[in-house]
Design a protein around this ligand. Structure first.
Ligand SMILES: [Ca+2]
Ligand SMILES: [Ca+2]
Length: 421
């Protein structure tokens, strides 16, 4: 996009910022970081690009009628508004983040401990403690990564921290283990989006490259629309970082420095799920506006169109041109209208459910369930939507091919899938 067009988008966005905000972040006075005026409220509608004639999207709609899951579920525990789960590779248990800023470990013996030492999070709305992942070298260095909303003088922003997980600070002989017997040490914030301000949609999804050398991080556009098209703002992008949180060599704009050096792809709204396919392709789903959820094949340097085009529309009803209106912008391979509100996603690679091997599994909230997507190189097909009767927040695969699901909201269940007898 030309610089003038970006300026126009930013201007339109700040004018629209005076209208009603769908979510109040309760922030006080904002300042002007890096010459980018940030409103205290998020705009209601995406800016309308001039001279776009809407070409309706036809192919790729992935909505399916719900069916009963062909699996049984076993409850493993209950959690309070969890956001994400991560399986520890050594069979030590499952880490569960709760949005209020609490990290829990569910051990194989069924005990649940609170992990001490979690950084202070900005809780409220869609913010709080977000994603968690064991580092590729966890077995040797016990490192984990966590993303969260962090408070700043001008509002909240996404942060990424690395820490050491210490499960032996107090020896637990027999269940129930006392809380506090697990802790994070050496906590270091290694990346910040900056651009503090209002809005939800933090993203924060963490994924490692198959070779374990790089960290992919999603950063949502915070319901501010235009930052997704602004190369200088670390919002509405997927980033490819080193394990130390720096711009990764080989990124498409690495030589430019700053936000651009870290950027792998742009024009995203809010991704809560990324996964690598066995052929090395990177897939990402994202929460769109009303009726605009997407599954994208992520290619370096590409622009995925938000907020210029979407196969959904603004929550107010104001239309947004569909993706085919701007064929220069990458269109989703699959999309959902009505929205399903996709949350977690894995590429299932285990042996326990051989029929699912190689499939993407996507949890969702507003159409609550689990979607199975079969990948045929760059032509994915949604083949099943299983209704689990609850909003699902995340999914993870265990070390022996188990599939874990976690529900949304207070008193949410952590579930393990089992073949139906
Ligand atoms: Ca898009
Ligand atoms: Ca549209």
């Amino acid at each position: 996009m030309h610089k003038r067009a970006i300026q126009a988008l930013v201007l339109t966005g700040s004018l629209l910022a005076c209208s009603a905000a769908p979510e109040s972040a309760g922030n006080a006075q904002t300042t002007v970081p890096a010459n980018k005026p940030v409103s205290t409220r998020v705009p209601e509608n995406s800016p309308l690009e001039p001279n776009i004639v809407n070409v309706p999207a036809t192919a790729g709609r992935a909505n399916l009628p719900p069916t009963a899951p062909p699996y049984a579920t076993v409850e493993l525990g209950r959690f309070n508004s969890p956001f994400a789960i991560a399986v520890l590779p050594g069979g030590e248990g499952i880490l569960v983040t709760e949005k209020a800023g609490v990290l829990k470990l569910r051990r194989p013996d069924g005990t649940v401990s609170t992990v001490a030492g979690v950084p202070q999070v900005a809780r409220g709305g869609q913010g709080g403690l977000l994603d968690i992942a064991a580092a590729p070298g966890f077995a040797a260095d016990r490192s984990i990564y966590l993303s969260y909303a962090e408070s700043g003088p001008d509002g909240s922003a996404l942060a990424l921290a690395r820490a050491t997980l210490d499960l032996n600070s107090i020896k637990c002989i027999r269940a129930p283990c006392p809380t506090g017997d697990a802790r994070l040490t050496n906590v270091a914030v290694i990346w910040r989006s900056g651009v503090n301000g209002p809005g939800g949609q933090f993203g924060g999804n963490i994924l490692f490259s198959p070779d374990g050398r790089y960290l992919f991080l999603s950063s949502g556009e915070r319901q501010r629309f235009t930052p997704a098209q602004d190369p200088q703002q670390a919002l509405g992008k997927l980033f490819r970082l080193t394990l130390d949180g720096k711009a990764a060599p080989g990124n498409p704009m690495f030589a430019k420095g700053g936000v651009e050096a870290m950027t792998w792809s742009s024009g995203h709204r809010n991704s809560y799920g990324m996964a690598f396919a066995p052929d090395g392709r990177l897939w990402s789903e994202e929460m769109g506006p009303r009726g605009g959820d997407e599954l994208n094949l992520i290619l370096p340097g590409k622009n995925y169109g938000w907020p210029i085009v979407s196969n959904g529309d603004n929550y107010s009803g104001q239309p947004i041109p569909d993706h085919p209106s701007r064929p220069d912008l990458e269109a989703p391979k699959l999309w959902w209208n009505p929205a399903i509100s996709p949350t977690g996603m894995i590429l299932y690679s285990g042996a326990k459910f051989p029929e699912l091997k190689g499939s993407l599994l996507i949890t969702s909230m507003s159409d609550a369930g689990l979607t199975r997507v079969v990948l045929d190189r760059d032509k994915p097909r949604a083949v099943a939507f299983w209704d689990f009767g609850a909003r699902l927040r995340d999914i993870a695969q265990g070390t022996a091919g188990e599939i874990y699901l976690i529900e949304d909201g207070p008193n949410a269940r952590l579930l393990q899938l089992e073949p139906k007898r």
